[in-house]
Write a protein that binds this ligand. Structure first.
Ligand SMILES: CC(C)(COP(=O)(O)OP(=O)(O)OC[C@H]1O[C@@H](n2cnc3c(N)ncnc32)[C@H](O)[C@@H]1OP(=O)(O)O)[C@@H](O)C(=O)NCCC(=O)NCCS
Length: 314
């Protein structure tokens, strides 16, 4: 490439050009103007820092850098989630996306980021060459079926009067006692919980209640393609009996609603693998990278990312 590739933070107009450019891949079937409006309005996309690569003033490539804080063996690390990496078709194969990613990482390092993650939709070798580590990333599916055993637990719809702001501390406590304690976990601050609620306004939320009425887990799900999709779940202290009860109740809920199956990001570990058929995800494959030479992502940390929840996908 002989021309100068100008990489910088996107202006508002450039961000809109970037949204237009990726209509070929992420339109969700919407016409161009609606596609741009949807992305401009999206809580997820609004939270990101947008970086563009321009040739002669034309936006030819872009990516989004989302704030994504993690806990590595209990140590809180600021980081980023790289997403929406896109180069205009006519400019592909010249190393532009690679340069954008490297620029984004350097820029974010200066802002304090020490960790980067992404969810790969292409051949992972592309990002492996940039130092990203391929993580176990599974999806589980189970046919909807009635619950044959009464575990004594039930799912209770989170009531309309349970204002999200009020239930965040209870959700956060359960999440922290389950996923939050793993070797490499997404850290959910109060602000981030607020953002998740905004990001998924149509998701349904349930408490896992014990017979005594205690909230000992939660499930966040949506309906898609005649299936129930688990977006997020956690049980108190990660207790396997609670997780078994919650997952069985999700399978039962799908049956009650006349849906055909339940699916979601679930780890290839018990009890999920006893109740669901687990297979490696073909897209949205988790990849991670340390942005700090003093921070090593060890095997235990990499393995634990199989527990990441779909709701955290950027
Ligand atoms: C993936 C993409 C961003 C690469 O942009 P680019 O500017 O051409 O990237 P680079 O020039 O840095 O790299 C080109 C390399 O990417 C590879 N590549 C492109 N698409 C790929 C894919 N789907 N799977 C694997 N590798 C791919 C090319 O084969 C080429 O490899 P080479 O260097 O060995 O020749 C671009 O193809 C694109 O916009 N695709 C559509 C959106 C998309 O899928 N984004 C990725 C989401 S995770």
């Amino acid at each position: 490439m002989t021309e100068f590739l100008d990489i910088h933070l996107a202006s508002d107009a450039e961000r809109c050009r970037a949204h237009e450019n990726c209509h070929d891949v992420w339109s969700l079937g919407l016409p161009l103007a609606e596609h741009v409006a949807r992305r401009e309005d999206s809580a997820l996309h609004r939270r990101a820092r947008w970086i563009v690569g321009c040739l002669n003033g034309q936006v030819v490539a872009a990516l989004a850098s989302h704030p994504l804080r993690v806990k590595l063996h209990g140590r809180s690390l600021p980081g980023i989630g790289i997403a929406s990496v896109h180069t205009l078709n006519a400019f592909r194969g010249q190393g532009i996306a690679q340069r954008l990613i490297r620029w984004a990482e350097s820029y974010e390092q200066l802002q304090g980021a020490r960790f980067s993650a992404l969810f790969c939709d292409i051949e992972p070798r592309y990002y492996a060459r940039l130092g990203y580590i391929l993580c176990p990333s599974h999806i589980g599916t189970a046919a909807a079926a009635p619950c044959e055993v009464d575990s004594g637990f039930s799912l209770r719809v989170v009531g309309a009067n349970e204002v999200y702001g009020h239930r965040i501390p209870r959700l956060a406590e359960i999440y922290d006692s389950d996923h939050g304690r793993r070797a490499l976990a997404i850290e959910r601050t109060a602000d981030y919980w607020e953002h998740l609620a905004e990001r998924k306004p149509t998701a349904e939320n349930f408490w896992l209640n014990s017979e005594g009425g205690d909230e000992c887990g939660y499930l966040c799900a949506r309906t898609a393609d005649r299936g129930l999709v688990i977006e997020d779940h956690a049980v108190r202290d990660g207790a396997p009996t609670l997780r078994t009860a919650l997952l069985r109740l999700a399978i039962d809920l799908a049956h009650e609603r006349g849906l055909s199956q339940v699916m979601g990001w679930l780890p290839a570990e018990p009890p999920a693998e006893e109740l669901f058929t687990l297979s490696p995800r073909k897209t949205e494959i988790t990849m991670v990278k340390s942005l700090d030479m003093a921070i090593t992502l060890d095997d235990e940390a990499i393995r634990s990312t199989d527990w990441w929840q779909e709701i955290d996908h950027v």
